[in-house]
Design a protein around this ligand. Structure first.
Ligand code: HMG
Ligand code: MG
Length: 299
């Protein structure tokens, strides 16, 4: 077991979190949120997505968010772009990085992006080519890596195939999404035993939702494999509109608390995260769902 000494956190709250909120937040509020996150020490923030506004209305104002946010030097601001139309809008808005998102489950692929896995991979090819031509790095997501809301069990082999294909196509990093948070340490081990036969560990990221309260222990399991990139969302915001019951992403403050306790550096300041969690609480009119913010904000 060799734990990493440093972990890079990818904050996905403004995208994965807010895409699942009933209310659509204003550009101004989203910009304030992203700016607060930029001051916490986070160096990677997924600030929006360029998807169909009919499918995900919550993200329709992403272009203006990117144009108005205060870009902090050293912070990379990323967005989801499922197709060329999305990529063009993202480039116009000045994103630093884009992400394409595939799935290891056929049914989820259909529900989420309206095409099969193999059609999605064909569709991603020109997106990667155009992003590269603009010197924009492309991240690849694989959803449903430890279960699908429509198909149930997903084999690690199915995940590994999509992950390897996205990597071979030119994604510099592959984020493994436990979209519905059904994974356990056993499933995480089985997943990584297979996926890491095909992907270098230093390009592999863990994107775990906390629906069943397993995200931290699953992340700990991933750390023991050497995975050193973790996706999380401030206040445990999150979910996916096409995955019923997918509650929040693991909370950034919970991850940072765990990493601090293990002397693994992330460069993220807990006090600033808590200020941001308080801002989210006021914005959404409800307390954070994370354990750490609940404990520390009420002291
Ligand atoms: P489609 O309907 O098959 O696409 O949707 P289409 O090409 O036939 O276009 C239909 C309409 O959408 C047209 O408009 C297009 O212009 C428009 P109309 O002529 O009807 O007025 N359109 C767009 N508009 C804005 N931006 C675009 C865009 N593309 C088409 N980029 C599509 C296919 C992929 C677009 C759609 O299914 C979609 O937007 N899906 C997004 C779903 C989504 O955002 N899901 C959540 C993110 S994934 C996630 O949360 C999982 C993750 O967190 C990891 C994990 O947890 O596992 C990443
Ligand atoms: Mg997600």
């Amino acid at each position: 077991m060799s734990l990493p000494t440093r972990v890079s956190i990818v904050e996905v709250g403004p995208r994965d979190g807010l895409q699942n909120e009933k209310q659509v937040l204003s550009v101004e509020d989203k910009v304030s949120l992203v700016n607060l996150l930029s001051d916490t020490g986070l160096q990677r923030i997924e600030a929006g997505s360029f998807v169909s506004p009919k499918w995900v209305p919550q993200m329709a104002n992403s272009g203006d968010v990117f144009k108005q946010l205060h870009k902090k030097p050293g912070v990379r601001y990323a967005a989801l772009t499922p197709n060329i139309k999305g990529l063009e809008a993202a480039l116009e808005a000045g994103v630093d990085e884009v992400a394409i998102f595939g799935a290891a489950s056929e049914s989820f692929s259909q529900k989420n992006i309206n095409c099969s896995i193999s059609e999605s991979l064909d569709r991603f090819e020109p997106v990667i080519a155009m992003a590269k031509a603009h010197h924009i790095p492309v991240r690849g997501y694989v959803s449903c890596v430890m279960g699908c809301p429509y198909e149930g069990h997903i084999t690690p082999d199915a995940v590994a195939q999509v992950a390897k294909t996205l990597y071979d196509m030119g994604c510099y990093e592959i984020s493994l999404g436990d979209t519905i948070g059904t994974g356990t340490p056993g499933a995480t081990s089985a997943l990584l035993d297979e996926v890491l036969k095909h992907l270098p560990v230093n390009v592999t990221a863990a994107h775990f939702h906390d629906t069943y309260g397993q995200a931290l222990v699953n992340l700990y399991t991933a750390l023991t494999y050497g995975v050193a990139t973790i996706d999380s969302a401030i206040s445990g915001l999150g979910g996916c509109p096409y995955a019923k019951g997918a509650s929040g992403n693991v909370a950034t403050e919970d991850v940072v608390y765990m990493l601090n306790g293990m002397a693994i550096s992330s460069g993220v300041h807990m006090d600033k995260l808590l200020d941001t969690a308080r801002f989210v609480q006021d914005l959404l009119g409800r307390p954070p769902i994370s354990k750490v913010a609940t404990a520390l904000l009420n002291q």
